[in-house]
Design a protein around this ligand. Sequence first.
Ligand code: GLP
Length: 269
Amino acid sequence: MPSTSLELGPTAASIRLAVEPGPEALGRRVAALLLGALRDRARGLCQRPLGLATGRTMDPVYAALRDHLAALPAAERSELLAHWHSFNLDEYVGLGPADPRSFAATMAAAVGEPLGLAPAQLCLPDGLAADPEAEAQRYGAAIAAAGGLGLQLLGLGSNGHVGFNEPPCGPEAPCRCVELAPATRRQNAAGFGGDPAAVPRWAISLGLAEILQAEELLLVVSGGAKAEILRRTLLEPPTADVPASWLQRHPRLRVMADAEAAAELSRRS
Ligand code: GLP
């Protein structure tokens, strides 16, 4: 299916929408963009760090990124990896990198260990910090000190969250400690033995403020279960009830979806 451009009226001039047949093809396409962002950093065209995300949607993305990197000549690969610097969106409060359910462990397994990145290259909020609110402020300040984020990768929660910005959430929300919505704890229960009550109640998340200040946003969505929330995110006026809808305000928003997730968009566009 070819890429299409979706016109959105007064809230945003246009959003670039690319649709791929399924999650694997989607992962390859998104990974190719991440590789481009790594090349820009290595060539000095972009100084800002990458913004990265976790979630099941991202599994095929990181798998494809590992494949793309493995296919490069060794010298080029090391050059790109030497310039890797990223900040993840969020982390559960109470989980550290030694816990396989933490996002830190997920990122270490997906890219840190296989690509041989140093811990300082792959930044996440510290879920074990004694004062999570202070840690959120430290993390937001670290991103500001790095000059803000370059390309920010984003998944979409089934309730319209990005990062862990749960509804209701306005566009000014900063990096902070957030209480997870029951829908989110249900959505993420698979990683916790299927029990929503076992999912931590709190998380540290970048806010929409930092996300909207990134140079470019890349929202990645797969599966029919997200078709309706993706439609509301992109085609209805921005509202605190769908935090991801504020992304429409960004001048450089790209959306990459598989055919099932995009079903409600193509019907309208
Ligand atoms: C999670 C994360 C988000 C993620 C989203 C979608 O809770 N905090 O950053 O993008 O929800 O997750 P999934 O890709 O598993 O559907």
